[in-house]
Ligand binder design. Structure first.
Ligand code: MG
Length: 390
């Protein structure tokens, strides 16, 4: 039986756990869980991939003036079913200090939590609140991590790629991304060889993408490599050039036989539009917990349709973001797959313990549409209480 009530509280819960072998964290791994509670005590959750203390300040800050209001101040007393209107309320109410960057990252987690709460109040999954399913099943891709490869010879890295691909395949995944994070000492011709090895290691029957991690500053050099990896059936080349070099991207896109991805760190639809118009990319990769939550990612997805571009959201966080990405894919025509952080490919307590279930079942590369109310996951309140960051 569904029932509705207004928002009573908006909190940023800062969680920090010992990293214990997580290669992407130093000392501790941290995240920001946003909890939006209604007057009946129900709550929705979201996540921000950003700097925890700054996010908390954006949510908790007292209102300074008409254009500089705290997120909590703006949302308490409001109806969570009006999520899209609430996004715009916060965007315009924080115009003085916000608009881009950290404010959008904070608003991302808030928007996800508001949608989760609304779905729980109605007893419906979030993707239905976003307008309904545009596909019958969902496709996560796994980011493999063959260890720190910065200055290692490419031949040495082949075995760990195969190991990771086997684990991901065993979990049911059929789409992989391999990070190509070599330092400048490793020449581009070795990078081409690495791409060939990557295809050999993962097999011919899977989707393969390569993440170049902002390797080049000169688009000519990037083009030299992308032309030589064409035959390895690479779905996209992520982050070949520096993030803000939109004119360089345009020149690279004009000659690259491989789809070029960008906008991984863009905040909001206005920035993403620059990538599509000026940068000319046909793939954008802003994440749901960084670039504006469901509200803004749906707008970005619809904009992509008009540019013939794909939206494949970035996600390297906890089950909250991965689950949110799957709901987005369900509702958005231009999302062919979503990044997914498999707990089996690298140790992370946040990935395995923060929410339950931590991961959906994946069969032959596909995930069924979620059925539970809201996001369909539960927060581990004990973990959050035991590892609160102060
Ligand atoms: Mg990335």
């Amino acid at each position: 039986m569904s029932s509705r009530s207004p928002i009573a509280r908006v909190e940023a819960l800062l969680v920090s756990v010992p990293a214990e072998g997580n290669a992407f964290a130093e000392g501790n791994e941290e995240t920001v869980v946003v909890r939006v509670t209604d007057e009946d005590g129900r709550y929705g959750i979201g996540e921000c991939i950003t700097t925890p203390p700054v996010t908390k300040a954006m949510i908790d800050m007292p209102t300074v003036n008409f254009w500089s209001q705290g997120i909590s101040d703006l949302l308490v007393g409001r109806d969570p079913l009006e999520a899209r209107a609430l996004y715009d309320l916060v965007y315009h109410g924080s115009f003085f200090h916000g608009r881009r960057g950290t404010l959008i990252q904070a608003l991302s987690g808030v928007d996800i939590a508001v949608h989760d709460l609304a779905g729980k109040q109605l007893g419906e999954p979030v993707y239905k609140l976003l307008g309904g399913a545009r596909c019958e099943r969902l496709r996560p891709y796994a980011t493999l991590y063959p260890g720190d490869i910065y200055d290692r010879p490419v031949a040495e890295v082949a075995a760990p790629i195969r190991e990771q691909a086997d684990i991901a395949r065993d979990q049911g995944l059929r789409a992989f991304k391999v990070p190509v994070l070599f330092g400048p000492e490793v020449p581009d011709r070795d990078v081409v060889e690495f791409a060939r090895l990557s295809r050999d290691m993962v097999g011919d029957d899977v989707v393969l993408a390569l993440d170049f991690g902002y390797r080049w500053w000169d688009w000519h050099d990037a083009a030299w490599t992308l032309k030589r990896i064409e035959d390895f059936d690479v779905h996209f080349a992520e982050a070949p050039l520096r993030h803000d070099d939109l004119d360089g991207h345009r020149r690279l896109v004009d000659v690259s036989p491989v789809r070029v991805g960008g906008a991984e760190f863009a905040a909001g639809r206005w920035e993403v539009r620059e990538w599509l118009e000026r940068g000319g990319v046909s793939l954008v990769q802003p994440g749901v917990s960084r670039a504006g939550g469901f509200t803004e990612l749906m707008r970005i997805g619809e904009m992509c349709e008009m540019y013939g571009a794909q939206l494949i959201p970035h996600s390297y966080a906890t089950g909250i973001t991965d689950t949110a990405s799957l709901h987005l894919q369900a509702a958005c025509l231009t999302v062919p797959m979503v990044e997914f952080r498999s707990s089996r490919l690298g140790p992370s307590r946040l990935r395995t313990e923060l929410v339950s279930p931590p991961e959906p079942e994946i069969v032959d590369g596909w995930v069924e549409l979620p059925t539970g109310p809201g996001l369909g996951i539960d927060l581990n309140e004990d973990l959050v209480a035991a590892h609160a960051m102060t």
